[in-house]
Design a protein around this ligand. Structure first.
Ligand SMILES: [Zn+2]
Length: 85
């Protein structure tokens, strides 16, 4: 199992945790795993398989068009809105 799949699984688990403390801890853990996975992906010159923001799978077509993309189209546009106010 790759780190990216581990990250997605960790996010999913955290999102559905019944206890709010478990959920917070789980999301922190998922961020840690996700951070490692993203660094590894960048070192390999590849984009992420899963969105860095929402952990949804990034479509293959987008990854092909933007090999360095680390988040899905939706989150990317949200990031740009935030950046440009
Ligand atoms: Zn996303």
């Amino acid at each position: 199992m790759s780190d990216l799949h581990e990250m997605a699984a960790a996010y999913e688990q955290a999102r559905t945790a019944p206890d709010v403390t478990d959920r917070a801890t789980g999301l922190e853990e998922a961020d840690r795993i996700g951070g490692v996975a993203l660094v590894q992906a960048r070192l390999q010159g590849q984009g992420a398989e899963f969105c860095a923001d929402c952990a949804e799978p990034i479509p293959a077509a987008r990854r092909k068009a933007y090999p360095s993309a680390v988040c899905c189209v939706e989150c990317q546009s949200l990031r740009e809105v935030r950046r440009h106010g």
